[in-house]
Design a protein. Sequence first.
Length: 112
Amino acid sequence: MSEEKILEVLEEASREAEKIIADAYRKAKIIEKEAERKASEIIESGKKAVEKELKELEKKELRKIEREIRKIMNETEKTIKKLHEIALKKREAVINQVTETLKEMVIGDAGE
């Protein structure tokens, strides 16, 4: 093979190698962009999952707080009822005391 022919073959091989390298580079860029897109999707999906989980936790905490508030309200209502009953009994006792005192006064006045 002549030197000229060898140079032609080498140049042709070089051009083919450049085409292969350029094609590989393009494919690598496409793969890189696709990988970035998928990574972004995964990250976004993860963010949404975390946000959803946080909302669920917040709802659970709110329900807990609501239950506690209801318990406190029920206890407060029971306490108010008991206090009301005590107040009614004291009122009745005072009325009875006043009635007895008035009776004694009337009986005492009648006897005089």
